[in-house]
Design a protein around this ligand. Structure first.
Ligand code: ACO
Length: 324
C-alpha cells in the first residue's frame, strides 16, 4: 500500500458577512442568544455563487498551494449537502471550471462529516495505486436550503468551501474512521423532491429546507466526536498527549467544550473559527485547516485529529501528520 499526504490547502468564502444583529431583523432572535448558545457571531452568505463556484475557487487555491496545475489532478471528490444539481455532480462542474481535464470526478454525501468521508475515500484510492493526486473539497451554499423563518436553524449555518490536495508520498493520512446511523436520520433532514408523475395520486409539495432536532443532534454530536477521537487514537496507537491540534466540525462551541471536558483535553488544542463562519457543514474542517496553514500554525511533524459529525447520521475522524 502507498502512503498518502496533504500537499496543499485552500479555501474560499463569499464576501457578504451577515451578523447576528442582521438576523435579528429577519427572525425573533438576538446576538446574545446566538452567541451564548452557539458561539457564532457572523457567517458568510452567498449572493450569487453556487456550491460548484465556491468549490472551484477553494480547489484552485489548494492546487496553487501544492504548486501543481489542475491537469495534474486525477481524482476530484466534492463533499456537499447542497449541490448545484442532481446531475451533474458538483465535482464534474468543478472539473470544467478549473480545467482538471485528466480527473475522474464524483460527489460524496455525508452532510457535515462529508469532508472526512471524501478524504478517506480519496486516501483509499491513492493507497491502492489507482490514482496519484486527488483534490478533495468540502463546499456548501446552505443558505439556499435554509428555512429563513425558522430561528432554530437559520442562525446556525453559513456558506463556504475548503479543499486539500492529497498525493502519494509520506504517511500523512495515518488513520481514518467513519460511522453511520440511518435509523436516526430524521434528527437532521433536508428532503429533495417528492414522488410525482402522471400515474401517481397528487402529493402535497414538499419544500427542500433543512430541519433539525437541535437537542437530539447535540447529544448525538458529543457522543459521536468522543467515539471518533477515541477510535482513531486507539487504531493508530497514538497518545492524546502527542496530538498537537484537534480540528473539529464547527457547529457549536458548546459541543466542542463538552467534548474537551469529557475527554479531559485542553480547549487550547481545539482550533475554532465558527464565530466567523457559523456551521458550513462539509466545508468547516478544510476551511479551518486552511486557516491554520495560512497562519503558519502547522509545523512539519505536527499530529492533528480532524473530527466531524452530521446528518445521515454520520460521524468520523482522521488522524494526520503534517508533512508540508
Ligand atoms: N433565538 C432566540 N431563541 C431561540 C432561537 C433563536 N435563534 N432558537 C431557539 N430559541 C428558543 C427556543 O424556541 C426555546 O424557547 P422555549 O424554551 O420558549 O421553547 C429556547 O430558545 C431554548 O431552545 P433549545 O432548543 O432548548 O435551545 P438549546 O440550548 O438546546 O440550543 C441549539 C439550541 C443551539 C440548536 C443546540 O441544541 C445545538 O447546538 N444543537 C446542536 C445543533 C448542531 O450542532 N447542528 C448541526 C450539526 S449537524 C450539521 O452540522 C449539519
Amino acid at each position: 500500500m502507498k502512503n498518502v499526504e496533504i500537499i496543499g490547502t485552500g479555501s474560499y468564502v463569499p464576501d457578504r458577512i451577515v451578523t447576528n444583529d442582521e438576523l435579528s431583523k429577519i427572525v425573533e432572535t438576538s446576538d446574545e442568544w446566538i452567541s451564548s448558545r452557539s458561539g457564532i457571531k457572523e457567517r458568510r452568505i452567498s449572493l450569487k455563487e453556487n456550491t460548484s463556484e465556491l468549490a472551484a475557487k477553494a480547489g484552485l487555491r489548494a492546487i496553487e498551494n501544492a504548486k501543481l496545475e489542475a491537469k495534474d489532478i486525477d481524482l476530484v471528490i466534492v463533499a456537499t449537502t447542497s449541490p448545484d444539481a442532481f446531475t451533474p455532480s458538483t465535482a464534474c462542474l468543478v472539473q470544467a471550471i478549473i480545467g482538471a481535464e485528466n480527473a475522474v470526478c464524483f460527489d460524496v454525501s455525508a452532510a457535515c462529516t462529508g469532508f472526512i468521508f471524501a478524504l478517506n475515500t480519496a486516501t483509499q484510492f491513492i493507497k491502492t495505486g489507482e490514482y496519484k493526486t486527488a483534490l478533495v473539497i468540502g463546499s456548501e451554499v446552505l443558505s439556499k436550503i435554509m428555512n429563513w423563518e425558522d430561528r432554530t436553524t437559520c442562525v446556525l449555518f453559513g456558506d463556504g468551501a475548503g479543499a486539500v490536495v492529497l498525493r502519494e508520498g509520506s504517511n500523512g493520512i495515518i488513520k481514518a474512521y467513519m460511522g453511520s446511523d440511518g435509523v436516526n436520520s430524521k434528527f437532521l433532514y433536508c428532503p429533495a423532491v417528492e414522488v410525482g408523475n402522471p400515474f401517481a395520486a397528487e402529493i402535497a409539495k414538499i419544500e427542500s429546507k433543512i430541519s433539525m432536532n437541535g437537542r437530539e443532534v447535540f447529544k448525538f454530536a458529543v457522543k459521536a466526536m468522543d467515539n471518533s477521537i477515541k477510535n482513531v487514537l486507539e487504531a493508530s496507537k497514538i497518545d492524546i498527549d502527542d496530538i498537537d491540534y484537534i480540528v473539529p466540525h464547527q457547529a457549536n462551541i458548546r459541543i466542542i467544550e463538552f467534548v474537551a471536558k469529557k475527554l479531559e483535553i485542553s480547549m487550547d488544542k481545539f482550533f475554532v473559527n465558527l464565530h466567523n463562519y457559523g456551521n458550513t457543514s462539509g466545508a468547516t474542517i478544510p476551511l479551518a485547516l486552511d486557516e491554520m496553514n495560512k497562519k503558519g500554525m502547522l509545523k512539519k511533524g505536527n499530529k492533528i485529529i480532524l473530527v466531524g459529525f452530521g446528518g445521515g447520521l454520520t460521524w468520523g475522524a482522521a488522524i494526520i501528520e503534517w508533512t508540508m
